[in-house]
Design a protein around this ligand. Structure first.
Ligand SMILES: [Zn+2]
Ligand SMILES: [Zn+2]
Length: 117
């Protein structure tokens, strides 16, 4: 298999939730996983947008959705969505019992007013 720059299929995801939100007690809407180092971060609709911040801070170019039943990749340098790509180390989505938005105990009642559009 040819190697794709910025993608390391052998690296497991960093955890079931956004790494920075879990550290800070925050919450997220959807999750994205860095295809290079496994960092799990929150999406651009989430209050803190940690997945994009991670890409900007590290230069890691590719994320995959960490949502169940979603396998698309996004390349920041190409600004392009890819419907499928290499199979990354399991798990390829957050736990099925984790709510969206999540985690359940940290999501405020008015969460919709905190989303970015
Ligand atoms: Zn986050
Ligand atoms: Zn990364």
């Amino acid at each position: 298999m040819s190697e794709i720059p910025g993608v390391d299929p052998s690296v497991a995801p960093s955890g079931p939730g956004c790494a920075e939100c879990d550290a800070a007690g925050g919450w997220w809407f959807h999750l994205r996983r860095c295809a290079q180092c496994g960092h799990v971060g929150c999406c651009d609709s989430s209050p803190a947008q940690h997945a994009s911040h991670h890409a900007k801070d590290t230069g890691h170019p590719v994320i995959q959705s960490f949502e169940p039943h979603e396998s698309w990749f996004w390349s920041y340098p190409d600004n392009q969505l890819y419907e499928r790509g290499p199979e990354l180390a399991a798990p390829d989505h957050h736990p099925l019992d984790q709510t969206t938005p999540g985690p359940e105990d940290r999501v405020p009642a008015d969460w919709q007013s905190h989303l970015h559009y």
